[in-house]
Design a protein around this ligand. Structure first.
Ligand SMILES: CC(C)(COP(=O)(O)OP(=O)(O)OC[C@H]1O[C@@H](n2cnc3c(N)ncnc32)[C@H](O)[C@@H]1OP(=O)(O)O)[C@@H](O)C(=O)NCCC(=O)NCCS
Length: 160
């Protein structure tokens, strides 16, 4: 299911680490790294599933810098499930976990300027736009501008 959803070109197009084409075995290899990296305190990657039937619809994670007590948030949602608020819900939950359980002081995220939906997710969590990095990433041969967002623990507000 990861291969089917993450294998869509539109998912790879706006992310940094998702390969395209997404070959057989890549999902298993990616998933196989999660437990070890979690135990080392390097990252936390979780499946996003639908309430009720447990269908996998995407993934979300924190890349943790323990030395700095901060983490970078990243996520993707399969195309059939876009614009239903799922990523916003997952991002809010993981940010809360990062501050409350992991004891982080800062969580940040960034998106390509041409991917405003991801920016909306960041805004929906209460993250603050901290700046832009012009032509920061070369993606598929084209330099991309990045929009950078961040939140401090004391700025976090829960959503009920
Ligand atoms: C970015 C992504 C994770 C969003 O997931 P999602 O579950 O659809 O997100 P949500 O439904 O919680 O929120 C999407 C928001 O973007 C808005 N949006 C959608 N398309 C938009 C567009 N073209 N321009 C502006 N806003 C847009 C929606 O209206 C919604 O905003 P709202 O909550 O204010 O109504 C999903 O599109 C995705 O996986 N994209 C490919 C991978 C990717 O880009 N990952 C992030 C890398 S930084």
């Amino acid at each position: 299911m990861v291969q089917k959803l993450a294998g869509e070109k539109d998912i790879a197009s706006t992310t940094l680490n998702i390969p395209h084409p997404y070959e057989d075995g890549m999902a298993e290899e990616w998933i196989g790294t999660h437990q070890d990296r979690y135990e080392k305190g390097e990252s936390l990657v979780l499946a996003i599933v639908l309430n009720g039937n447990g269908t996998l619809i995407g993934a979300i994670g924190l890349e943790i810098s323990r030395d700095n007590d901060r983490a970078e948030l990243g996520y993707w949602i399969g195309k059939p499930y876009w614009n239903k608020g799922y990523c916003t819900e997952a991002a809010r939950a993981l940010i809360q976990y990062g501050f409350d359980v992991l004891g982080l002081v800062r969580i940040h995220a960034s998106h390509f300027r041409r991917n405003p939906a991801s920016g909306r997710v960041m805004q929906n969590t209460g993250m603050i736009h901290e700046g832009s990095l012009r032509k920061h990433i070369k993606k598929w041969g084209k330099q991309e501008d990045l929009e950078v967002y961040g939140m401090l623990k004391e700025e976090w507000k829960t959503f009920d």
